[in-house]
Design a protein around this ligand. Structure first.
Ligand code: OAD
Ligand code: ZN
Length: 252
């Protein structure tokens, strides 16, 4: 019952400020699509050392890094399908309730759920393209390039790198500006499935809060946001909470 009241409160915030919301998502929204999170007991970083996606290591030993990248990111993540939370969020966007989505995820599941590309800020880049370390050419999802042990640029022969943010790299400029543009203007921010432990991404909802936005958070466990900036904490899985929220916001 307590959660139902909170869902009603969250739905009221959404209904009263249509078009003035943003979503901020992390690995947790894709857990029910079969993609493991990064932190916690089942997280990727508890099983593998993340140095293979450090930019200096990649520069030194790209072929070794690629074999891990292929195995951990491309082999099974490519099979993942959007779940009900991605779909409900895309509906909120397409029905004009949300102004945009800022995601830390590189799995493209928001787009595959029907969210328009131009309304998404991929704060940590994407798995869907490869970028040449030498001439900066960008290639779309091209599986023939991934088959090479060391994917290389068809134009200049340079090493190709997945176009997501490695440790030691900056945030893509366009995504960064889009994210903070939304955060400074939104009336509400819906945080879904992120531990909020990674800088500067975690500054996005904090900026929204500083600018007066109401913060709604969905997560099975409390996070660094919960006791600091969250107004309405919906404790539970992304799919269940998004279904309930969509029903209450008259989205169904
Ligand atoms: P984390 O792995 O740090 O956090 C995942 C969050 O999802 C946790 O708070 C979980 O409680 C929550 N969660 C688990 N199952 C869930 C479910 N079914 N529904 C909703 N939430 C659930 O992932 P992020 O916060 O996204 O960076 O991590 C941020 C960044 O750290 C990533 O973008 C990545 C990583 O290093 C780069 O790759 C640059
Ligand atoms: Zn090149």
């Amino acid at each position: 019952m307590e959660n139902l009241e909170k869902i009603q409160t969250a739905a009221r915030i959404i209904r009263e400020n249509p078009g003035k919301g943003m979503a901020f998502t992390g690995a947790g929204i894709s857990v029910e699509s079969g993609i493991p999170p990064f932190r916690g007991a089942d997280g990727l970083w508890s099983k593998v050392d993340p140095s293979f996606i450090e930019i200096d290591t990649f520069r030194r030993a790209p072929e070794e890094c690629w074999s891990k990248i292929r195995e951990l990111f491309y082999d099974h993540w490519g099979q993942a399908k959007p779940n009900a939370a991605h779909i409900r969020l895309a509906e909120m966007l397409n029905r004009g309730l949300l102004a945009g989505i800022v995601t830390q995820n590189i799995d493209c599941l928001h787009q595959r759920a029907g969210a328009p590309e131009e309304k998404i800020s991929e704060f940590h880049g994407t798995l869907d393209s490869l970028i040449c370390m030498k001439c900066s050419a960008v290639y779309g999802p091209d599986h023939s390039l991934l088959e090479q042990n060391l994917p290389s640029c068809p134009k200049c022969g340079g090493v190709l790198k997945p176009d997501f943010v490695f440790f030691g790299e900056g945030i893509p400029e366009k995504a960064f500006h889009k994210a903070f543009y939304l955060a400074e203007r939104c009336a509400w921010c819906l945080i879904i499935g992120t531990s909020g432990e990674v800088m500067p991404a975690c500054e996005v909802p904090r900026t929204a809060h500083r600018h007066g936005a109401k913060i709604i958070e969905i997560n099975p466990a409390p996070t660094t946001f919960t006791s600091s900036i969250t107004d309405v904490f919906l404790q539970g899985k992304a799919t269940e909470m998004m279904e309930a929220l969509a029903a209450e916001s008259a989205l169904s």
